[in-house]
Design a protein around this ligand. Structure first.
Ligand code: SAM
Length: 227
């Protein structure tokens, strides 16, 4: 009776650990952010374990049901669409609730580590990563300026996620923040597109230069390092 937090590939389906495959095969049930997405992975590895959805809009009733399954002695695996659950993905609320109702059994929440867009990008950045700041996604509307100011003032490399729809807007607003707040300042950006996939590209350079070169298609992780 454990809840395994299982990391899954961020693109290349071969990026999954042997232990993750064993746990996905042997679990009683897999909790998925989107069952259709996870079924692609399960189909590839011929895993027939039943799935149910658990996502950020899941009601509290769903959490109670999951806790009941654990109490009945079931082994469950939690996965997100890609990468590591809980990192800008569903999972935290469920784990916090399990810890709250059965603190003595907290060890039963067990991570099965593996791919994450965050660590994949950090590892290929070439920036010193002994200390860094992860800021999730820039806000869609309000508080964008505050977000970019925080990036521009950071003492350590800052990592954030971005979608293809906003990547250019985000880079332009980030550049404008430097121009208006501090005057010209040397800042390096690494923008990782479609990591582990066919069109994987890593752009490196000044913000304006990267904004000019980037093809705004696919998924992005951006790392900014102030000099
Ligand atoms: N929990 C996931 C993880 O650990 O990788 C991240 C989930 S977050 C909702 C999804 C975002 O991660 C995407 O919008 C993109 O910014 C980034 N991402 C995921 N896969 C990626 C990839 N293959 N290449 C670049 N960025 C990726």
């Amino acid at each position: 009776m454990a809840l395994y937090i299982v990391s899954t590939p961020i693109g290349n389906l071969q990026d999954i650990t042997l232990r993750a495959l064993d746990i996905l095969k042997s679990a009683d049930l897999i909790l998925c952010e989107d069952t259709r997405e996870t079924k692609k992975l399960l189909g590839h590895y011929d895993i027939k374990t039943p799935t149910i959805s658990y996502h950020q809009h899941s009601q509290f009733k769903k959490i109670e049901y999951i806790i009941q399954l654990l109490d009945e002695g079931k082994n469950l695996a939690l996965v997100s669409d890609a990468g590591t659950p809980g990192i800008s993905d569903p999972g935290n609320q469920l784990i916090a609730e399990i810890a709250r109702v059965s603190p003595a059994q907290i060890a039963q929440v067990s991570p099965v580590p593996g791919p994450s867009a965050l660590t994949a990008a950090a590892s290929a950045s070439g920036f010193p990563m002994d200390k860094f700041i992860f800021m999730g996604f820039p806000p869609a509307k309000k508080k964008r300026r505050k977000f970019f100011e925080e990036v521009s003032l950071a003492k350590y490399p800052v990592i954030f996620y971005e979608s293809p729809y906003r990547i250019l807007k985000t880079l332009k607003e980030l550049e404008a923040t430097y121009d208006s707040s501090h005057g010209p300042k040397e800042t390096l950006v690494v923008a990782c597109r479609e990591l582990t996939k066919k069109f994987e590209t890593i752009y490196r350079g000044a913000i304006g230069q990267v904004a000019k070169e980037i093809v705004p298609k696919g998924e992005f992780v951006v790392i900014v390092k102030n000099k």
